[in-house]
Design a protein. Structure first.
Length: 613
């Protein structure tokens, strides 16, 4: 008996040793799999750099013709890398919204498994007397209720009402977050278009004038050297020479300043268009003296109303306020108990079971009694965040309105600056021509002629920069009110997009900066009889458009004029039809225009529901 007990103990010791050995081996293997930092090698970086350069140089069609302003903006919108990042963020937010919608679904889990053990799960029952088990009163009989090897299968369905409600609120928040990213993408496009216009006109000025600056700078340096030599030899009055030299240095400093402003503009424009900075391209040639200044048609009332409806920053702030309000709803939901429903089907290969497959169902309700204190704090914090979001929206609105006024002031100032620069250039050229003729005749020194040539060039540079500033101020008018530089259906090629940008710019110059607040198609545009009258009519709302000031309305049909049976009273904004008019739905376009020429249009189908007599 003793030998058998010793052998049993020895076997159990051996089994425990093997178990410990397995645990130690697992720990050693796990430690060997530890991850350490692995920096990129120079070879890997070089390969990546070559691949990046190949992508950057082949990512868009070649520039075969001189670029216009619209061409440059179109290429920037299509191929700018930062613009792609903004688009991908919007796409990511869209995918996250899809994921959030799936979070509302119940949980349906399918499982399968296989288990094995070295020994049976044998158990024994002993008496329980006076609060403790009495092993000495037990017997040597063990019972088994499970096989060594068994397989299980199951499908479980669970659904939490509280989780569903919270997931629904979070999905709404994600939907609003997606709308925020869409507005951020719009803002990125508007800013990119503005930056591209600025770089384009600077590049035009640089192309036309930088080549002329170098030779004239050489003349300046030569004239300064001559002046200093004359001063040194005391050939003339030193005060006169010093004054002349100072005026030359003033011109030189002005040229250097203007050159610094223009230098690198071509590289900046290439970067905005998604091209490497050493890309060779041509810009459209312009006759600087014949460039037509853009004329912006606007009024402050319309600009303010349009900006409050269109600016991406205001829309983003409004969506963020929605998100904050949903935080309040989520905090309220967490104050309620959770009701969970469950159902399932299971199968077990254990032969000791009476039934190897079975279905189950259940319901439970739970509530964390201490959660009410935390939830109350979350609710108060969420309400505060709503107030913060509302104040941020108001602050954004005020900033936007300020930008609208500043854009209008900047445009007017830019027009005056261009007019002054043009007049100054005309006078400078006249003086330069006169002095040059006098120098040729010998009545004026060559140094004075060089100085006036430099003054004339500086005046030309400043005129061109003033024209570029006016172009930028013109575009900022429409950027300040949130108008997109191109329509959504503009196309996806540089030529198509450039044509759409050109049409949109022409529309802006024609005064189409108002927007539709209440589409007439949503106002029930049906000719009906009202108040016992026999003449069918329809009146659209007076706040349909954002056009401010004294507004007049024009209504046209497909062929221009309205049908003979249809009349439009612009004072009451009412369409009316004669009794017995033909039953026919009619496409109508209504245009609202004020005294400044600012306008907005809306198209709809005017329907009828009356019969002819």
């Amino acid at each position: 008996m003793g030998d058998r007990l010793y052998q049993g103990e020895n076997m159990r010791f051996t089994q425990r040793s093997r178990q410990w050995l397995g645990v130690v081996s697992l720990a050693v293997v796990t430690t060997g799999c530890a991850v350490s930092p692995d920096p990129l090698t120079r070879d890997e970086l070089a390969d990546q750099a070559r691949a990046d350069m190949a992508v950057l140089r082949s990512g868009q069609p070649a520039i075969d013709t001189p670029l216009s302003q619209e061409d440059a903006v179109a290429r920037a919108i299509l191929y700018n890398r930062d613009r792609h990042v903004a688009s991908m963020k919007a796409a990511l937010a869209r995918n996250q919204l899809t994921t959030a919608n799936f979070q509302m679904l119940p949980s349906l889990t399918a499982s399968a498994g296989y288990t094995t053990r070295s020994e049976f799960a044998a158990t024994q029952s002993v008496p329980f007397i006076d609060g403790s088990p009495r092993r000495e009163l037990g017997n040597d009989i063990f019972s088994v209720g499970q096989e060594k090897n068994r397989t299980t299968y199951g499908v479980d369905f669970t659904w939490s009402i509280l989780d569903f409600g919270l997931s629904y609120v979070r999905a709404k928040q994600q939907a609003n977050q997606y709308l925020v990213t869409v507005e951020e993408e719009r803002k990125a496009v508007q800013n990119l278009a503005h930056e591209t216009r600025t770089a384009y006109w600077k590049a035009v000025s640089a192309t036309a004038l930088l080549d002329r600056v170098g030779p004239l700078m050489d003349k300046v340096n030569g004239a300064v050297a001559n002046s200093r030599e004359i001063t040194r030899q005391r050939i003339s009055d030193p005060l006169t020479n010093y004054s002349y030299e100072r005026s030359l240095l003033d011109v030189k400093r002005a040229l250097q300043s203007l050159r610094e402003e223009l230098i690198g503009s071509r590289e900046k424009l290439a970067q905005l268009m998604g091209l490497p900075p050493d890309t060779v391209y041509q810009l459209a040639s312009y006759e600087a003296d014949e460039l037509e200044a853009p004329n912006a048609v606007f009024d402050i009332d319309t600009m303010e109303n349009t900006a409050l409806l269109q600016r991406p920053e205001i829309l983003s702030a409004s969506y963020r306020k929605r998100i904050a309000r949903d935080d309040v709803r989520a905090a309220l939901l967490q104050m309620f108990p959770d009701l969970s429903l469950s159902a399932g089907y299971q199968q077990d290969s254990n032969d000791f079971l009476r039934y190897n497959d079975w279905a189950s169902a259940g319901a439970s309700i739970s509530y964390d009694l201490l959660n009410i204190f935390e939830t109350k704090a979350k609710y108060d914090a969420a309400k505060t965040s709503v107030e913060v979001a509302d104040q941020q929206r108001l602050a954004t609105a005020l900033a936007v309105l300020t930008q609208v006024h500043l854009a209008a002031l900047e445009y007017r100032s830019a027009r005056e600056q261009l007019s002054t620069s043009t007049s100054y250039l005309r006078v400078s050229r006249s003086i330069s021509d006169l002095v040059y003729n006098q120098s040729q005749a010998g009545s004026t020194g060559q140094l004075t002629a060089i100085k006036e040539q430099l003054n004339s060039l500086v005046a030309e540079l400043r005129r061109d920069l003033a024209y570029a500033s006016l172009q930028n101020a013109f575009a900022r008018i429409y950027q300040s009110i949130g108008l997109d530089p191109y329509p959504k259906d503009a196309g996806d090629t540089p030529d198509e997009l450039a044509a759409a940008i050109s049409r949109r710019r022409a529309a802006w110059q024609a005064g189409y900066i108002g927007v539709v607040i209440k589409p007439i198609a949503n106002q029930g545009p049906v000719l009906t009889t009202r108040d016992g009258t026999t003449q069918p009519s329809f009146t659209f709302a007076d706040d349909t458009f954002t056009v401010g000031g004294d507004v007049t309305y024009q209504a046209t049909s497909e062929n221009g004029a309205l049908p003979s049976w249809l009349r439009f009273d612009e004072n009451s904004r009412t369409f009316s039809a004669a009794t017995g008019a033909p039953i026919r739905n009619t496409p109508i376009t209504v245009t609202a225009i004020n005294g400044e020429g600012v306008s907005a249009s809306d198209s709809f189908v005017l329907q009828t529901n009356f019969g002819s007599s």
